[in-house]
Structure formats: C-alpha cells, structure tokens
Design a protein around this ligand. Structure first.
Ligand code: MG
Length: 511
C-alpha cells in the first residue's frame, strides 16, 4: 500500500537538493544561512532515506502512462458507470487521485497523442490535421522533445507498448522519439496495411458481425504488429493484443526494477473493432464494449500487481487516461460520455474531457481534483516532480500542475484551454467556468448536416457559450445574455491561435 508520508520524503528531498525558487531567500544576504539549512536538511533527508530498507525509494520515480483509445468519460466504475465493472481502475482511484476536469487537446487519435507526448497543442507541432493513415507520408518530427526524450536524458529505461499513431515510417516510430523499445500497432486497429483497403463493413451492425466471428480478427483485418521498426505479425491477432501488451509491460518492469523506467502503454482498444481473448469472451455482441473494457481493467490489474510484487509501487506514478471521448455512432461498440455532451470527433466536452486517475509518491489517496488540467500538462509536471527542467529552446503549451497532482492547491495554474476540431481548426476556448465555441458553417455540400440548433443557417458562425459550473452537459446557450464574455473569449481565442500559427513547427515529412 502507498502511504502518503513514506512517499513524500524522497520528493521533498529531491526538491531541496535541486532548489526550489519559493524556498530560496536573497542569495547574497542569506548565503550562509541557506547553506546551513540545506546542509542540515540534506543530512536529515539522507538519514531518513538510509533508514528505509527499500533502496528503490532513493531513485527517481518510475512512470507508467496508460492511454486508452476512445474510452469515454462515463466508462469506469469510479466515473459513474453502472454497467461496466472496473475494480482495478477503481482501486487505482482509491489509492490515488481522480481528475474530473482533465482535457485532451484533440477529439481524435493522432493529434491527441502528439499533444500528450510533446506538451503542445497539436497545431504547434504540425500534427493537428486529423489522423494518420497507412498511406500517410508524415509523422511527429523527431526533433520534438517527447516525454520519452526527456526521461531518457535522466537515465530512464523507456518503452512504448501499444498503438503509436504518430507516423509508421522508421524515421518517426517510437524508437526515433526517445523510446528504447517499441511493441505495438503503428496506427488504428481499423486500418489495413499497406493501403487501408479491403476493410469489412462498418457501423454497429458490421461490428456485431465481427464480434460474432472472432476469427475475423485474422480473416477480415490486416493491421500490422511492430517490434521496434519491423513488422513481426500481419495481421496482428487483435484478440490477444491487449494481453500481450500487458505482458510486455510486465516483463519490462521486471527487467528494469532496479533503475528508473518509463512505460508508455497506449492500448489499441476500445477503438473499434473490439476483440478479447477467447477465454474471457462474452458471445453477446451487445456486450462487446463492456467485455472489452472489463478485459482491459483485468490486464491493468495484472500490471499493477507486478508493480507491487517487484516492490516498486511506492516509487511509481501510474497515470491512466484516454485519447478522446467515446465513438458514439458505434452504439454498443462505443462508450459513454456520461453526463457530457456528444463524443469523439467533437469539441463538446464529451469529445475532449476524459477520465484521469493518477497514483504516485506524494499524491493524496482517495482524493478528487476538479481543477482544469489535461494531457498537455503531463510532461512539464513530471519534469518538475523529478527536478529536471525542460529545454528552453522551444515554446510549449503545457504547465507544471504538480500542486494539483499533490493536492497542495485547489486552484489550477491553467486558467484557459483552447479547443481545436478534429481537422485542426480552432473552435473554442475555456476560461474558468465559461466555454465558448465558435462553430463555422459547414461547407455548402455539407449544409444538410448542420446541427439542428444552429441559430441561423447562413455563413455566420454558430456561437455557443456555456457556464460549465451550472451546465456540464452544454445545453443552455448563454451567448445572447453575455455579449461581453463572448467578445472577450473570442478575442483571446484568436490571439492564442494566431501565436500558435505563427510559431508552429513543421512535422516530419517523408523525403
Ligand atoms: Mg482515439
């Protein structure tokens, strides 16, 4: 079991050794005083550390980052699901902290992943325009500084196990982005090597047929499985892939238990098509999604047990979240956004607010954080916690929110958040509890698809203003009664997007 006091000491010591601005008085006036205090503190910390039988507490904390695919805000027991049982993730919530206001920077896979790994809005790193396909010729630029790059410079062993989706060419695969090893699929599990053709029929009905025929994992799909830069299985057997990812992660933890490690585990599911191993399969296609999440939960339980058994749990941050909201058109093959509006592919909260659980040294167990933060803040927060500054040669959008992680402050350093569409168009901003969406009209050939509550079917954008503190489900448009807020937020939205556009960096493009 994690105890708050036992895990807080190494973090505090690390902060004292590396120096914290708030703890350093005028250096000229108080130099000797500071030296004396630091020396005494160092001795006390060292004594406390040496007093502990588990030497692992003295090393940098491990990071296990689990990223589900298309799992909705309402799909975990600890986030209110009444139909899906997730005892292992619920236990993670009891031992750690639940974040109810946690955002991803895009409502679709590729840009969301770019943001998580680089702490940037996807447009800043040129990865904002929808998802990559097997025919794509671009990827995340290896010159970007990923979480893996950062931890590798600090001596971490790093592994990416699961769905990458930031470019399938060798120049941009995980092994070119700070990861020592990679095992997983390079793009979505509904994409076929090499040209994305010959795919089975989609929709919930198509998914029912696939679920009823588990062999379809091999006969209907052709998604490759990579080991480092090579395809090792084609098609990947999707029935066992969740379990095999987990086993790889378990083996990696065991092999690296004596040094700091970073496991990035982006599960390829519950993105459709859904498959589970034969020995846990519920034949009812109406229960496919439930079955898949419960299997992922079981597998996460195995990994958490390994952390316990290897004695590294108390010095490991486990972060669980999702890349975007649920894919609602797939009905019982997609998830639920709970109380939120809409899902994957939209800038409503259901598309971009995701469940997040974080357990680790210094994090108060069984607590809830309702303050605004998200995946773009993960890298700066980890960097702050391990006391290693990020490079200063580039602008990022993420912020150090370690005070939120540690529960020492209820107010987020993040006061605003910008929403981009799946195609990478700026569409909204959040400031405090106010959220503004400026939805441009659909192109003429898509006018019929315009949302029914458009204020007028013209070339004017649809303005939506919601007070999320009173209207989490984004049902009550306040724009007419709050013109000043609309104007202020709209100006700020354009200002932020203009800065990002001007300073955007290029993605990698195949020569
Ligand atoms: Mg996704």
């Amino acid at each position: 079991m994690l105890t708050n006091e036992s895990v807080r000491i190494p973090i505090l010591c690390a902060k004292l050794f590396t120096g914290s601005k708030s703890m350093t008085p005028n250096p000229l006036k108080h130099a000797s005083w500071v030296r004396n205090v630091l020396s005494l503190t160092a001795v006390v910390c060292l004594a406390l550390l040496l007093d502990r039988a588990d030497a692992s507490e003295a090393k940098l904390p491990n990071i296990v980052l689990i990223f589900a695919d298309d799992l909705g805000y309402g799909d975990l027991g600890c986030f209110g699901s009444k139909t899906i049982r997730t005892p292992h993730l619920d236990r993670l919530a009891e031992q750690g902290r639940k974040f109810t206001n946690f955002m991803v920077a895009s409502p679709v896979c590729t840009p969301s992943r770019a943001a998580l790994l680089t702490a940037c809005y996807p447009k800043r790193v040129g990865m904002h325009q929808h998802v990559l396909f097997p025919t794509s010729t671009k990827g995340l630029n290896p010159t970007e500084h990923t979480i893996a790059d950062h931890l590798k410079t600090q001596g971490y062993a790093t592994a990416c196990i699961g769905k990458w989706h930031l470019g399938h060419h060798p120049e941009v695969l995980p092994t070119a982005q700070g990861f020592d090893t990679y095992f997983g699929i390079p793009y979505s599990n509904d994409m076929n090597y090499p040209d994305n053709k010959a795919k089975p029929q989609g929709g919930a009905g198509g998914m029912d047929a696939l679920w009823t025929d588990p062999e379809s994992a091999l006969t209907k799909w052709k998604t490759p499985l990579f080991e480092n830069e090579k395809i090792v299985e084609l098609p990947v057997d999707q029935r066992t892939v969740t379990r095999r990812y987990t086993q790889k992660a378990i083996d990696f933890v065991k092999a690296n238990r004596d040094r700091p490690f970073f496991v990035y585990l982006p599960h390829s599911m519950p993105h459709i098509p859904l498959y589970v191993p034969d020995d846990v399969r519920d034949p009812d296609p109406k229960r496919a999604y439930i079955n898949t999440i419960e299997h992922i939960d079981t597998e996460i339980g195995r990994l958490l047990q390994t952390l316990d058994e290897t004695g590294v749990s108390e010095n490991t941050f486990v972060i669980f979240t999702s890349d975007n909201g649920p894919w609602l058109p797939f009905k019982h093959h997609g998830g639920s956004a709970g109380p939120l509006r809409d899902g994957k592919g939209t800038t409503f909260e259901g598309g971009q607010r995701v469940p997040c659980l974080i357990r680790g040294p210094g994090i108060p167990p069984g607590t809830v954080c309702d303050a605004l933060t998200g995946t773009i803040d993960v890298l700066p927060t980890i960097a702050a916690i391990i006391g290693s500054p990020l490079p200063s040669d580039r602008k990022i959008d993420g912020m150090d929110v370690s005070t939120l992680w540690m529960g020492t402050d209820t107010r987020s350093p993040r006061e605003e958040f910008v929403y981009y569409t799946a195609q990478g168009e700026v569409e909204g901003i959040r400031q405090g509890d106010w959220k503004l969406l400026v939805k441009k009209p659909a192109p003429p050939n898509q006018q019929a698809k315009q949302t029914p509550n458009s204020d007028k079917k013209s070339q004017d954008p649809q303005i939506l203003l919601f007070d999320l503190s009173k209207d989490l489900g984004e049902q009550s448009n306040q724009w007419k009664s709050q013109p000043e807020i609309v104007n202020r937020l709209r100006a700020r939205l354009e200002e932020i997007d203009a800065e990002i556009t001007q300073n955007a960096r290029a993605p990698w493009v195949k020569p």
